[in-house]
Ligand binder design. Structure first.
Ligand code: 5AD
Length: 379
């Protein structure tokens, strides 16, 4: 049950209040939290839904995360990399559709050829999308993993201004069970801090419903977002992939799917209530649990949708989990469908705007004021 004390506790990041609400499976609880989150969203960031076209430009990956379908050891995956032209075409499509922002995502590589390729993509997308409607071109978000501060600075210098790097779980013990020993929690968190020091707006997130994950772990995830002063959150349910160590032989029945979707919605709502002025994405994985999963997140405090604009021919090769939606569609259909999804919630859709989170604007203004002349960016 949601009480005024419970909401107040969540607002103050009280671990017990958060975990009690996360663990409460009553539909009335999910409903009440969504309603409160919707109020907070309207007051703090407005009711506009912002769109970011998502280009999954390569599935080559040096990492071997135990949950992920494109992990290095999955030899069943056909590896691909889009050409610069293909990425620029997808970006133009987004600009013409009025999306305002683009997210470039891939598996993780750190070699110079890859870093240069990403720099080229950012520069060319910017050049190709500047125009009367978008004087600064599309807003560009990168999601290409853990890199050095120097690399992050190079990406930033080319004009990308937001970066997504999920912590996956803020529990070091759980993180260790999800990844080979060489992938360390402390290193992921350090990379997240480098992203911020390079001058990016910072996005992170977690998976919900991981084996062994408790409500207390999820409460800590929300406290982690606050402690790291995060600007953007993308969270979704963990969904098994059959060709991974964690996913083999597992699956969810209908009841399990409903429970997981509801818990994910409570996480979205509580994150909005606790963090207030951030951007929160209604992620694709929610739609793997229910056809209207993303819409429900938009009604529970989320304000960002990321239509997939990856060319149809390679979509099936970017399957992070089984049953990933939208793999049969092409960019046009995803654009139309996403706009329809946003419209169905009765909210305005941001057209030709970047849609940065007020939190990021406040944080960066603050940093600029404090860091003037002190070389704070060199940290
Ligand atoms: N289920 C849900 N999300 C997944 N991701 C990777 N594998 C899965 C899975 N099996 C998410 C991770 C990653 C993001 C790009 O996709 O959180 O950061």
């Amino acid at each position: 049950m949601v009480t005024a004390d419970g909401i107040e506790g969540a607002r103050e990041l009280d671990p017990e209040a958060l975990s009690a609400l996360i663990a409460d499976p009553e539909p009335a609880t999910t409903h009440a939290l969504a309603a409160e989150a919707d109020r907070v969203m309207r007051r703090e960031v407005g009711d506009t839904v912002y769109l970011r076209g998502l280009v999954e430009f390569s599935n080559h990956c040096r990492l071997d995360c135990y949950y992920c379908g494109i992990r290095r050891s999955n030899t069943a995956v056909k590896r691909y990399r889009l050409t610069r032209q293909e990425v620029v075409d997808a970006a133009r499509h987004c600009a013409e559709a009025g999306f305002g922002s683009l997210t470039l995502q891939s598996g993780e590589r750190r070699d110079e050829e890859f870093v240069r390729f990403v720099c080229d993509l950012v520069r060319e997308v910017k050049e190709a999308t500047r125009g009367p409607d978008l004087p600064d071109g599309l807003g560009i978000t990168l999601s290409v993993g853990e890199q050095s501060l120097h690399t992050y600075e190079r990406f930033r210098a080319e004009g990308a201004h937001r970066y997504l790097l999920r912590i996956e779980s803020s529990s070091p013990a759980l993180f260790a069970r999800l990844h080979p020993a060489a992938q360390r929690f402390e290193e992921r968190r350090a990379a997240l801090r480098r992203v911020r020091n390079a001058g990016f707006q910072v996005g992170t997130g977690v998976m919900i419903g991981l084996p062994g994950q408790t409500a207390a772990d999820l409460a800590e995830d929300i406290r982690f977002f606050a402690a790291e002063d995060i600007d953007m959150i993308g969270m979704g349910p963990y969904i098994p992939h059959a060709h991974t160590p964690m996913g083999a032989g597992t699956g969810l029945d209908a009841t399990g799917r409903t429970r997981l979707l509801d818990m994910s919605l409570r996480m979205v709502a509580l994150t909005r209530i606790a963090l207030r002025d951030v951007n929160i994405a209604a992620t694709t994985a929610l739609q793997a649990l229910a056809p209207l999963g993303r819409e429900r997140a938009l009604r529970a405090g989320a304000n960002v949708l990321m239509p997939i604009v990856t060319p149809q021919a390679v979509r099936a090769s970017y399957r992070l989990y089984d049953g990933k939606p939208c793999t049969d569609e092409d960019a046009n259909e995803c654009g139309t469908c996403t706009a329809a999804r946003a419209a169905r919630t009765g909210r305005p859709v941001g057209v030709n705007v970047w849609g940065d989170a007020p939190h990021a604007r406040r944080r960066l203004q603050h940093t600029a004021a404090r860091g003037a002349g002190s070389g704070a960016a060199d940290e």
